[in-house]
Design a protein around this ligand. Structure first.
Ligand code: SAH
Ligand code: SF4
Length: 382
């Protein structure tokens, strides 16, 4: 069994190089070959001594994920479905815009949190991705697209951990992956342009603030505990007061001076003007309030969810309550509609079309890729 070098941040790679009897600085060269130049063939790493190249070929590999499918939208959004083995697949979405290029990455196959409005939640948890599998999504997208475009300079400027899974329930694999993304010898992302989105795993929000502070998005979706527990079952364990205090603590370490709250707009469930006012009171509460921006996400329906997207006028009215009180509130644009890729949708039987076990695969972005639903490409405001 060879070691997958995508599993290592630079520190880990240096320690591993030492076990081969190599100086630590060799790890920096190797790391740059892999992450800056997209190399996977050790023989092409011409500034490494032949003896080292041979040792690497014998002991290590750069393990890419295999692509099950790729869909490109007229607006340039690209979605890949990657096979992660054992009947599992995860999706990655590339979202180009005028001033940035964002990659939306998955952290788990399935998800154990079980939010009512999310098809990943409906499908249950399959397994955590390894660091290498998280990093491989960026490694592939960055270098494959650079090759296609004939570019040499960095392409992906922003990463959002908003694909399949709850990143803070895969903390051990997540943090080294974030470090690879941040490293100047790796992808050189700024902490402000790397966002972890969480449904509210409070102890891990604190740890992330200590270990690797990046931009934080919190999936709120409700203005009180009763409603939130119904929509996001994790709320029973970590209710709103606890979550809001964790956000306050996080801001002491964060690269941005606000938290982004995501709020999925569900018709007749959480989208009334009184919900908006209740949310406003929470956000402005003297004890619990936190500096924030709010991102409203029109719900992308999937069969059996029993939920419906809020009408645009209701989303607008909700936004205005917050905006009138001075809270920056945006409504998430859906990208890639023409290739039907929207966040949270589940339609049709995937197994028939891909041969991949539906129960373990199906999640929002994946579904879009496979079935033509639209994967509400995810964008977080700068
Ligand atoms: N598990 C993390 C990150 C992945 S989900 C989290 O929950 O934050 C990323 C975003 O997609 C979350 O804000 C979630 O609310 C949203 N989402 C999930 N299902 C959706 C659906 N059916 N329609 C719209 N947004 C959805
Ligand atoms: Fe998991 Fe996030 Fe979906 Fe909730 S919204 S089930 S936490 S992926």
């Amino acid at each position: 069994m060879t070691v997958n070098l995508l599993d290592f941040d630079l520190e880990g790679l240096a320690a591993w190089c030492e076990t081969l009897g190599e100086k630590r600085f060799r790890a920096t060269q190797l790391f740059r070959w892999i992450h800056q130049r997209g190399a996977s063939d050790f023989e092409s790493m011409t500034d490494l001594a032949q003896a080292l190249r041979s040792k690497l070929s014998a002991n290590a590999s750069v393990k890419a994920l295999s692509v099950v499918s790729e869909h490109t939208s007229a607006d340039g959004t690209i979605k890949w479905l990657f096979d992660v083995g054992g009947g599992n697949a995860v999706e990655t979405v590339f979202i180009p815009e005028d001033d940035r290029a964002t990659l939306c990455i998955s952290s788990q196959a399935g998800c154990a949190v079980g939010c009512r409005f999310c098809s990943t939640g409906a499908q249950g948890f399959s397994r955590n991705l390894s660091t290498g599998e998280i990093v491989a999504q960026l490694w592939y997208a960055e270098h494959e697209l650079k090759r296609r475009m004939g570019r040499t300079e960095r392409l992906i400027s922003n990463v959002v951990m908003m694909g399949m899974g709850e990143p803070l329930q895969n903390y051990q694999a997540l943090v080294p992956a974030l470090r690879v993304m941040l490293d100047d010898h790796g992808y050189g992302l700024s902490r402000r342009r790397l966002t972890v989105s969480t449904s509210g795993v409070v102890p891990m929000i604190d740890r992330l603030g200590q270990d690797c502070p990046v931009a934080l998005a919190v999936s709120l979706h409700a203005s009180n505990d009763t409603l939130r527990t119904d929509l996001v079952p994790l709320n029973r364990k970590h209710p709103l007061p606890e979550l809001m205090r964790a956000c306050q603590r996080y801001l002491a370490h964060a690269p941005r001076d606000f938290v982004t709250f995501e709020y999925c707009m569900l018709d007749g469930v959480n989208d009334s003007p009184s919900h908006a006012r209740e949310l406003l009171s929470l956000l402005q509460d003297v004890e619990l309030g936190v500096a924030c921006k709010v991102n409203l996400i029109p719900f992308n329906p999937f069969p059996q969810s029993g939920l419906v997207r809020s009408p645009a006028a209701r989303v607008q009215a909700f936004a205005e309550v917050l905006q009138d009180a001075g809270i920056v509130t945006t409504t998430r644009k859906t990208r890639g509609d023409d290739i039907d890729a929207a966040c949270g949708q589940l339609a049709g039987d995937v197994q028939d079309r891909t041969g991949i076990n539906r129960r373990r695969v199906l999640h929002k972005p994946i579904m879009m890729a496979l079935t033509g639903a639209s994967a509400g490409a995810t964008k977080v405001e700068d």
